[in-house]
Write a protein that binds this ligand. Structure first.
Ligand SMILES: O=P(O)(O)O[C@@H]1C[C@H](O)[C@@H](CO)O1
Ligand SMILES: O=c1cc[nH]c(=O)[nH]1
Length: 348
């Protein structure tokens, strides 16, 4: 690696990683292409990698029903430290209530949490102290659009070193339903480790990289007495739930059960622990923005044993809370004894 190019490299287990991790030592290192310098101002607030935005009179965050001209985004969101996202509005509303109890955040008696983005009719967003809880819908385009707007929101609000979590659901590969998977790597349906975005008629590839330290910190918060397993591994992100994930039960199917099993066994042999539909843009866009991020998903079934999600509703609801509990432990672990939150659990 050339000595005048800094990709914010950190070494772990003798392997070099391009990291978006929180590390002030590298800040403004003066080297060309320093990832941290590109993505942060000296005070740690989010710097956008798009020079057009600061030249605009106002920026409308259309799908969030917010705007830099119409709302005081610094006042509304300047204290955000954690952005948690997951597919459904209900899950994210429940998470907002759960995290409110966990961190002891109080709202005035007689008031209730409001869906800040309700008039977008697209995503739901709840704010609980330093935590934003947002639904991202299903699949790559939906989470991609949300990430553009939330990263811009972090910039407009001058948020300092926010951490993003996805708290999702997935199909396990050789894992029982109810297992929690923390992704340490992401691949797409063609086994690529990058997010391919067609731009102006050309394909741009953005590496999909998770923050290894955040993965370790989260893994360390799994309790031995939890009545389920918490594992780390590669997550496959597909563009479809049925044929894209090798199911036999879609409206169409042009392969055999043997083909499907061979594919799933190949995934398993290559360290893939679960399959979902957002990991690639989530890892790639947060990494590109220099934001530490983790994808924590529960499995709803073992894909080696079937395709249908047939566990009872109450069981699925309890399983969905497991990633939320792990992320809540992380957020709580960063609470300062005298109030406020640190940017990382290991700063304690
Ligand atoms: O966070 P969720 O539960 O939406 O994640 C997975 C991936 C797809 O969005 C969806 C498919 O059922 O669930
Ligand atoms: O099998 C599954 C279950 C949940 N979400 C997915 O994307 N796949």
């Amino acid at each position: 690696m050339s000595s005048d190019i800094c990709f914010h490299v950190y070494v772990e287990n003798d392997t070099c990683h391009i990291g978006s991790h929180y590390d002030d030592e590298h800040f403004d290192c003066g080297k060309k292409n320093c990832h941290r310098t590109k993505t942060r101002y000296p005070d740690g607030s989010v710097r956008l990698r798009n020079p057009n935005i600061e030249l605009m009179d106002q920026d409308i965050l259309y799908h969030l029903a917010l705007g830099s001209g119409s709302h005081d985004l610094v006042e509304m969101f300047g204290d955000i430290k954690f952005v948690c996202m997951g597919g459904t509005p209900k899950r994210m509303e429940n998470f907002a209530h759960f995290i409110m109890k966990e961190i002891g955040h109080k709202i005035p008696t007689g008031t209730t949490l409001m869906d800040i983005s309700q008039y977008s009719y697209r995503y739901s967003m709840f704010k609980v102290g330093p935590v934003l809880s947002i639904s991202h819908g299903m699949g790559v385009p939906s989470i991609g659009i949300l990430l553009h707007e939330v990263i811009k929101l972090m910039y407009h609000a001058k948020c300092k070193d926010p951490i993003f979590f996805r708290i999702g659901t997935s199909g396990g590969v050789g894992l029982e339903g109810g297992t929690v998977v923390i992704s340490d790597d992401a691949i797409d349906g063609m086994m690529n480790h990058y997010y391919e975005v067609p731009m102006l008629g050309k394909i741009v590839k953005r590496p999909a990289i998770f923050d290894k330290r955040l993965v370790r910190e989260l893994r360390a918060l799994a309790h031995p007495e939890d009545p389920y397993e918490t594992v780390t591994g590669t997550t496959m992100c597909t563009g479809d739930f049925y044929e894209g994930q090798g199911r036999l039960d879609g409206a169409f199917c042009d392969y055999t059960e043997t083909d499907k099993m061979e594919f799933l066994q190949l995934l398993k042999a290559n360290g893939v622990r679960n399959i979902e539909m957002e990991a690639i843009p989530f890892a790639a866009l947060t990494h590109h923005a220099g934001i530490r991020a983790a994808d924590v998903c529960v499995t709803f079934l073992d894909r080696l044993k079937g395709d249908q999600v047939n566990a009872p509703k109450e069981v699925l609801e309890e399983w969905q809370r497991r990633p939320q509990q792990l992320v809540a432990r992380y957020i709580k672990s960063t609470c300062r004894p005298k109030g406020g939150f640190l940017s990382t659990a290991t700063d304690l």
